[in-house]
Design a protein around this ligand. Structure first.
Ligand code: SF4
Length: 326
């Protein structure tokens, strides 16, 4: 690991100006960033510690939703009464990720900013990775790609985003609150992540030096009927091959609102509007769920090793909707 400066910030403004002047990176839980630094994938000249900013609260908003400040640990989010009762799918998604120890350290902001676990990105022994070394090529396109994307990939990158929390946030229509050198702004979660296109090194739409300060959730119609299903190679401490966050609002057996988000299939959480729309007005049941699942996976473009994820995705959508409807 290369040497680096380490600075503590007492305010958001101080953190931003410290990162601007040092060219460094923000540091909170460090559960992904430090791994990348140890492996030589990241080598910032400085880390600016955010842990004294006090962004560790979860509060009800005047709009009837919830504000999660960016420094709240993943464990604290998952176990908070406002989240467990109003947004159980978020709690479930977070608890499906990593391990207890990691969830105790990892923060809300860091969860959104974690990088892909594509093995060619994570290991500098591999020469080709456009996300790590722009212009070097993509070793996954003709290499190991069983865990990679089915949707939205480009010739330059076929990686997926690893977050479970982000998939739940996608169906909850969360907003990401950011602050940067040019002031504060709010980014809808649907506009926060980006597909690789010609710039796979950019995972999201943050401007340079912007800091995530919070995540706002509007009131959810899915508190009674939701489910997060994560399918992975082993039961714990593994990233999703496919995951599905499903939310249903059911009145007298009929579906009045529906949201389906998928993880493990693209470089960002994938909402499937056509599949969601197909459920509206339908009786909650297998026929409607199978139709939605087919629509959710339509247009998938498997790579050489991940064709199995198309069927897996379809079954996962049916299963998640079934569990949500109970
Ligand atoms: Fe790198 Fe993306 Fe290709 Fe993986 S899929 S090797 S992250 S460019």
């Amino acid at each position: 690991m290369k040497t680096f400066e380490f600075a503590h910030a007492a305010t958001v403004e101080e953190a931003i100006s410290s990162v601007v002047s040092s060219g460094g990176k923000y540091y909170a839980g460090g559960t992904n960033l430090l791994d990348l630094m140890k492996g030589g994938v990241e080598a910032p000249p400085a880390l600016v510690d955010l842990r004294r900013l006090g962004l560790t609260n979860i509060v009800a908003t005047d709009a009837g939703g919830v504000l999660i400040e960016s420094g709240v640990s993943n464990s604290a989010i998952a176990n908070h009464p406002l989240i467990r009762t109003g947004y159980p799918v978020l709690s479930q998604a977070i608890l499906s990720g990593a391990t207890t120890q990691l969830r105790n350290m990892a923060t809300a902001g860091g969860n959104l900013l974690q990088r892909t676990r594509c093995p060619y990105f994570m290991d500098t022994a591999f020469a080709r990775c456009n996300k790590r070394v722009p212009g070097s090529g993509c070793a996954a396109t003709d290499g190991f790609n069983r865990e990679h994307a089915l949707f939205g990939a480009s010739d330059t990158c076929v990686a997926i985003h690893p977050s479970d929390m982000a998939v739940a946030l996608a169906i909850l229509n969360a907003s990401v609150l950011v602050q940067g050198p040019d002031g504060a702004r709010t980014v809808p979660i649907a506009e926060f992540f980006r597909l690789p296109g010609d710039e796979p090194e950019r995972d999201n739409t943050l401007h340079p030096h912007e800091l995530i300060v919070g995540i706002e959730l509007p009131p959810s119609p899915y508190a009674e009927h939701s489910w997060y299903l994560k399918v992975r190679d082993r039961h714990s401490y593994a990233f999703a091959l496919v995951s599905v966050a499903a939310g249903l609002h059911i009145v007298e057996g009929a579906i009045r609102a529906a949201a389906i988000g998928m993880g493990g299939v693209a470089a960002m959480p994938r909402r499937v509007a056509e599949a969601e729309d197909s459920l509206l007005g339908q009786q909650a049941g297998e026929a409607a769920f199978r139709r939605a699942a087919r629509l959710a996976m339509a247009g998938a473009r498997p790579l050489s090793q991940n064709g199995f994820k198309v069927d897996l995705g379809m079954h996962s959508v049916v299963r998640a909707l079934t569990m949500a409807s109970r």
